[in-house]
Structure formats: C-alpha cells, structure tokens
Design a protein around this ligand. Structure first.
Ligand code: FAD
Ligand code: FES
Ligand code: MG
Length: 280
C-alpha cells in the first residue's frame, strides 16, 4: 500500500501527486518510471515516469494526465487514499554526461518526465536549452521548475495564447541551424511530436534521444506489449528503454501499435464516467 500524501491540479486534466514509496525514492534515477496498480483485484497496470523524488522523506512525485479509465480513477483519489501497488524504479536511467549544449524538448504531459533529465543534464555541466510546447496557455506545466535549471527557456503554444504561436519543431529547427549547433537533444511528448523532432534534428545531424511511451503490461520484458522496432531490431521499451536513439525508431509502427486497444479503452473510459456519476 502506498499512501498519497498530496495532490495538486496543474492544468485542466493534469495532476501532480506525491506518493509514499521509500524504496523507489532511494533507488530512482532520471528517466526511470514506475508501474502502478490502483487496486490489485481489477486494476490495470499503467506506467508513469518518476517526475521527482525525495529519498529522505521516502516519496516520489508523479505527474499524469487523465486520459482514460485508469488515470481518471487515479485523478479522483485524494491525500490519505492509497495506491495498492507500485513497482519500480523500472527502465534504464537516462545517459547523462557533459555533452556541451543540450536541447530539451517537451510536449504536453511530456514536460514532466523531461524535468529530471533537465536537472541531471544541468548538474552534469551542460548548457541546457528547454523548449516547452502545449496546445494553449492553461496546459503549460512546469514552467517555474524548468526556469531553475534551464539556461534558456522557450515556450510555444498551438493557439498563441502564451509564448510564441508555433510547434516545438520551429524553435528546434532554429537552434539546430545555428552555429555552433547543439551537441545533443532530447524529446519527450506525444509520438507524433517526437517523430517530427527526429526529422528536424536529422536534417542537421544533431543526435536525439526520445523516451517512448508504448503500452506496457508487466514491465519486465516478458509480455511483449511494449515492442518497438529500433534500427530494424525488435526492442522492448520496458527493459531496453524507455530512451532510444530517435534516429533509429520506427515511429509509424509504434503509433499503430499504440492504437490497438482504442475501442476497448474508450468503452472503459465511458463506463468509468457513468460509474463515477452514479456514486456522486
Ligand atoms: P486508456 O484510455 O486506457 O489509454 C489511453 C492511451 O494511453 C492509449 O491509447 C495508449 O496509447 C496509452 N495506454 C493505455 N494503456 C497503457 C499502458 N498499460 N501502458 C502504456 N500506455 C498505455 N503518462 C502521464 O500522464 N505521465 C507520465 O509521467 C507518463 N509516463 C509514462 C512513462 C512510460 C515509460 C510510458 C510507457 C507511458 C507513460 N505515460 C505517462 C502514459 C500513461 O501510461 C498512459 O497515459 C496511461 O497508461 C493511460 O491509461 P488510461 O487507462 O487512463 O487510458
Ligand atoms: Fe511487457 Fe515490456 S511491458 S515486455
Ligand atoms: Mg486503460
């Protein structure tokens, strides 16, 4: 049992929770994630990145967007409630070294998993440029936290309600075209955003790390749910990733696989809303 200690709503559907998980908090590194199960009888397992942790207090911070049945069930939990099962830290930590200038691009909820990487890249002595993208102003998260570590912070929104009206690929392209060009880039966000960040950086021969958000079930390399093709080889995101060389990832195949259970997910989400209305 892992008690929820605090809950904050960051934007329309995005929540930040601090949860008790002492062993995970002590062992975690930037880029790693947990798999949680709200209740072990019927609850499905979902992966969430460890956005932050406090080893002394024994807590981890998760930031999640309520997009379907399980994240909706989590979003209505309150401090004092428990999450029955937390498994982690899972996945390989981000490869951190002093590259020089590192461009970090986060889209939507991807900004939360990007944060520990920005922290770690800065601590390793890099110049860190952060680009945050969101659909509109209300959906921009982690701005202040990023400012504490970023040498430069650029915000873009689809509708122009905050920062520049642009997609993240626009400032990304400008930085890649500048001289000297960045030594490394990292992109985390919706698969389609990562796909186009890859295309943009490829044009300028800038390396890019992407953190893949495939469907996961066991998180131990046994079920094959998180299978992706990287450099023509089959990889499992849970044990071989979640980060990969973006220039080698087959994003189209990954996006196709992520839509495999769409019909069932939508039915469950709808049912979940009905059940919640009934108990109100
Ligand atoms: P559903 O309606 O069931 O699904 C909505 C969409 O989420 C699906 O179409 C599918 O693309 C994806 N999804 C569904 N089930 C799973 C599953 N078991 N595993 C992975 N994806 C699934 N989201 C956040 O908001 N914050 C995070 O920090 C975060 N970190 C992640 C880290 C990793 C390594 C991975 C793989 C995913 C991460 N995600 C994160 C995505 C998150 O796991 C999904 O949004 C969540 O599982 C959706 O569950 P649902 O039942 O609410 O929605
Ligand atoms: Fe089962 Fe990766 S989640 S193999
Ligand atoms: Mg689900």
């Amino acid at each position: 049992m892992n008690q929820i200690l605090s809950k904050k709503q960051l934007s329309a559907d995005v929540y930040e929770m601090v949860v008790e998980a002492p062993l995970v908090a002590r062992a975690r590194k930037a880029g790693q994630f947990i798999i949680l199960q709200i209740d072990t009888d019927w609850g499905e397992r979902i992966p969430l990145t460890i956005a932050d942790a406090d080893a002394e207090k024994g807590t981890i911070t998760i930031v999640f967007q309520s997009v379907g049945a399980t994240t909706l069930k989590l979003a209505i939990k309150e401090p004092g409630d428990c999450v029955e099962n937390i498994l982690g830290p899972l996945g390989n930590p981000t490869h951190i070294e002093k590259f020089g200038t590192v461009l970090c691009v986060g889209g939507g909820i991807g900004v939360a998993p990007l944060y520990p990487i920005v922290q770690a890249m800065k601590t390793a002595g890099n110049k860190v440029i952060v680009i945050i993208g969101a659909r509109s102003k209300e959906l921009v998260i982690f701005e202040e936290r990023m400012r504490n570590y970023a040498d430069e912070l650029i915000i873009v929104t689809d509708d122009g309600s905050y920062g520049k009206k642009a997609l993240v690929t626009e400032p990304l392209k400008e930085f890649c075209a500048a001289s000297p060009k960045p030594d490394m880039s990292v992109a985390i966000g919706p698969p389609v955003m990562m796909k186009f960040c890859e295309k943009t950086t490829a044009e300028f021969n800038v390396p890019i790390l992407v953190s893949l958000n495939t469907i996961m079930i066991d998180g131990t390399g046994m079920c094959g749910g998180c299978r992706v093709t990287v450099g023509g080889e089959t990889k499992f995101v849970c044990v071989d990733g979640p980060e990969f060389d973006g220039h080698k990832v087959d994003f189209d195949n990954m996006m196709l696989r992520m839509r495999a259970f769409k019909e069932r997910e939508d039915t469950d989400h709808h049912q979940c809303h009905i059940e919640l209305e009934a108990v109100k």
